[in-house]
Each structure stands twice: as C-alpha cells, then as structure tokens.
Design a protein around this ligand. Structure first.
Ligand code: ZN
Length: 280
C-alpha cells in the first residue's frame, strides 16, 4: 500500500497517525508525510524564520526515525486557505505520489489550517480522476480511500470506523514526540502554562506522564491528567467497545494504545483487505 498522511502542521500526522505510520512501514508499505504549513507560527520566543527552520530539522529527524519521505509546504501557519491554486497543487501532489490511502483531518475542527487542509483534500478527491483538470500530471484511474484522524469535536460527532492497535508502536510514538522539542518542551507548555523539568531524561519522563501497564483501567486513563502516554492511551479507553468489535474480546479488551479513523465518504470505499491490513 502507498499511504499519504496529510496534516496541516508538523506534529499532526505524528501525534494522530504516527503509530499506524510506524506499523505500516514495518509491514512493508510505503508511507509519506506532508505538512501543508511551514511551522512559522509555533513559538513564543523564536521568530517565524527561526522556528520554521528549527521545525524542519525536527521533522527531518522524525522522517529518519520512521524511514519515510516528509514534505513541508511553504504556507505560513494560521494562513492556509483552500483556494484554487492550493487545490491544484494538492491534486498534482497526490497524483504524483499515487496513494491507495490518504489520512487527513476532518473539516470540522477549531483550527483554520486543519479545516483548510481537510477541505483541500476533500476538494481534490474527485478531481484526482478527471484528466482535463491539471492535465500536466496524469489523472488517477480511481480515487484513493480517504480516512480522517480523530478529533474531539462533536458536531458532527467523530465516527470510529477503525480503531487501530498501536501497542507495539507506542515507544516509537513517544520518541517522535520527544524529537519535536520546540513543540512539546517549549511552545505547548508555554500555551498551557506548564513547567518543564531540566535534563533530557527528566523531561522525557515528564513528557510521558503516568506509567500505563496492563493493569491500568480505562476509568483511570479517562480520568488521568496530562502526558503523552495518556494522550496515546485515551483513544483505546474511549473506544473500547469498538476495539472489541474489530479485534474480538481477547485482543480488543487488552489493547492499551490506539489510533482512530473515520472513513470519508468522499474517497473510494475501503476494501476488507485494506481494513485487515490496517488492523494488523
Ligand atoms: Zn495542527
């Protein structure tokens, strides 16, 4: 499978789909990341040029860790719009990669860049197959399957069509967070008013937060505080019943870490083979 993950920012693909990306790579599939924005808005001390250069370096480390190609477009953070030029760029980019599956945001989201990214993919989806649109890049014969990663918004409520077991990938996913130093140890703590401890080891422990074991209950996870271990465990706790439907009682009841996806109506329907490959 060729899987294209399209996020608005450097950390959206990572934090929402990094576990699935890692698993797919290990299972022999090709994964590519695109961040539609350049990261210029994500810091309280560094200016736009400095922070976007620093974030590009962090993303290069993520790409190396996962073994993927990672593209970053030159749109400024907070300024992405679903205009015609960007739609055409999106069509050409997707056709050139020729994915079987695209993962992106939903069009309902608090962040305008997330909404614009989702809208651009949605606007591109049918046009990918129309030869006279952007005729310089050959049209795709079929639309790819499109999935949206989970968000917290409730109107309309997110539908967990797929809840993917990422227990085997959670350490990689925590490392991915640890690589995004300017975000997880600087910008995001600034926005939340959190104090970050000194020392690489100490701050990584702080980043993870609560230790999650096979004895940790869903109730404890749902009521826990901050930390990326909790963040990555919440989808499994929230969608336990769906996990059991998808994986059976034995495995579904034990999964600690998961990622959730809604299959978009605007792409091709997902085949049973693809679904089983994603759930592996
Ligand atoms: Zn984002």
């Amino acid at each position: 499978m060729r899987v294209l993950m399209i996020g608005a920012h450097q950390d959206d693909n990572e934090f929402e789909s990094g576990g699935l990306a890692s698993k797919l790579i290990k299972n022999g599939h090709v994964v590519q990341f695109l961040s539609m924005c350049n990261g210029c808005g994500g810091h309280h001390i560094l200016g736009p040029k400095e922070i976007s250069e620093r974030r590009a370096k962090e993303s290069a480390k993520v790409a190396k860790l996962l073994g993927i190609k990672y593209d970053i477009w030159d749109n400024d953070d907070c300024n992405l719009v679903a205009d015609l030029a960007t739609r055409k760029r999106t069509i050409r980019y997707i056709r050139e990669f020729n994915p079987d599956l695209i993962i992106t945001h939903r069009t309902v989201d608090y962040m305008p860049d997330h909404r614009a990214t989702a809208q651009l993919v949605q606007d591109a989806s049918y046009l990918l197959t129309v030869p006279n649109e952007c005729p310089d890049v050959p049209a795709m014969r079929y639309m790819p399957v499109i999935m949206c990663s989970e968000d917290k918004f409730t109107n309309p409520v997110f539908r967990p069509d797929l809840v993917v077991d990422i227990d085997s990938e959670v350490d990689v996913k925590l490392q991915i967070a640890n690589i995004n130093v300017s975000q997880v140890y600087e910008w995001l703590p600034y926005t939340y008013g959190h104090e970050v401890p000194d020392g690489d080891k100490e701050r990584f422990e702080w980043l993870k937060g609560m230790e999650i074991t096979s004895d940790t209950t869903d109730e404890e996870i749902l009521n826990a505080g901050r930390g990326y271990a909790i963040r990555y465990a919440l989808p499994a706790a929230r969608h336990r019943q769906r996990l059991i439907e998808l994986y059976g009682e034995e495995r579904g009841s034990k999964i600690r870490f998961a990622e959730c996806y809604e299959v978009s109506e605007y792409g091709s329907p997902m085949s049973e083979d693809m679904k089983q490959e994603l759930l592996k």
